[in-house]
Design a binder for this molecule. Structure first.
Ligand code: ZN
Length: 341
């Protein structure tokens, strides 16, 4: 079963490693690499460009949920540098034939048929974009087709949610006037707008602007009451607007136990899929693994273990058609609606 996944942090992880990205991607490092992808049927997905506060190696050992303050804001210049570097990493991987950068569903399908990882560029947090939005046009022409206006930081576009538990995403203000301008320009360009990390108010601001509601890597709040997850009303909006919600594998967003201990299981993923399907409808749920950006549940150590999740879906009673929709069909159908080709 081929997987097209709604969110991963492979590019920023490669940048943070400081290693040659092609060399690192061709050995068994991180959650996503050439050999694990081949083993696990990881056929493509949204690859995030992200501006970390510091260029340090990722380490999830001992990571668990904890109520954290909102991260400090980032200036445009320091935010732009890693994004450009990660864009360069994506191009190097593409030049080496390890991924293919895609801007249409036809290109994604062709890459998947040839067994080359299909990568759609996504911007996670738009700190690198200037108020005049000229950087947005530059990134669009470099292949960007999906954007989350904020990560969990305050920005000129609006606020992200702090990582927290025992409350929903109603943690702060929604979109600013500039934020509305950014979203309107994304709508014009056909760039997917992602609400994962955005406050509840920001989510409804975007809904009011008539966009399909997308949360590339967020789960059902009912099963894990943290700020990053989607309430029943939000999941309903995802379904009603023809949008998508991607199952985040991060242990801390899967279950209450996951939040407090940092440990979760594939069964927790199945419970989440049930809840997300109930809330948004079976045509509006896919995967949004957050691989290379989050601690994974037992039984999934990297994307090579994705078949274990697929098998668990079947054992859980999901039929062939539903498994295919969750693994890639729904994401591709959504992107076709979004882009028209
Ligand atoms: Zn994220």
């Amino acid at each position: 079963m081929q997987i097209f996944d709604g969110h991963n942090d492979a590019l920023s992880r490669l940048w943070c490693s400081g290693e040659d990205p092609v060399a690192r991607f061709t050995r068994e490092a991180g959650h996503i690499n050439r050999d694990a992808a081949k083993r696990g049927g990881f056929a493509g997905g949204l690859f995030a460009l992200y501006s970390p506060q510091r260029r340090t190696a990722f380490d999830f050992r001992g990571f668990r949920g904890g109520n954290m303050p909102l991260s400090t804001p980032m200036e445009q210049g320091p935010a732009l540098q890693p994004v450009i570097a990660e864009l360069g990493i994506a191009r190097r991987l593409a030049d080496a034939g390890l991924i293919r950068l895609c801007t249409t569903v036809a290109e994604i399908e062709a890459a998947m048929a040839e067994g080359v990882i299909a990568a759609v560029l996504h911007l996670e947090g738009a700190e690198c974009i200037d108020p005049e939005l000229t950087v947005l046009d530059a990134l669009y022409h470099a292949g960007l087709r999906s954007l989350g206006p904020v990560w969990s930081r305050p920005t000129i576009w609006g606020d992200g949610v702090p990582f927290g538990h025992g409350r929903d995403g109603d943690t702060g203000p929604g979109l600013t006037e500039l934020g509305r301008k950014l979203i309107a320009r994304c709508k014009e360009l056909g760039i997917v707008v992602d609400t994962s990390h955005l406050t509840m108010k920001g989510f409804w601001d975007i809904a009011e602007m008539g966009l399909p509601m997308v949360a590339t890597h967020s789960n059902a709040w009912d099963l894990c009451q943290c700020t990053r997850n989607l309430t029943p009303a939000q999941l309903k909006a995802v379904g009603e607007t023809g949008g998508m919600a991607g199952l985040n594998f991060a242990t801390v967003f899967l279950s209450e136990t996951g939040w407090s201990t940092g440990r979760a299981t594939i069964d927790d993923c199945l419970r989440q899929l049930d809840a997300m399907i109930e809330g948004a409808g079976e045509d509006h749920v896919g995967l949004g693994s957050d691989m290379d950006g989050a601690p994974l549940p037992e039984g999934i150590s990297d994307c090579g273990d994705l078949p274990a999740l697929v098998q668990a879906m079947r054992d859980h009673g999901f039929g062939d058609a539903l498994v295919e929709k969750l693994c890639h069909g729904n994401w591709l159908a959504f992107l076709r609606r979004q882009w028209g080709s």
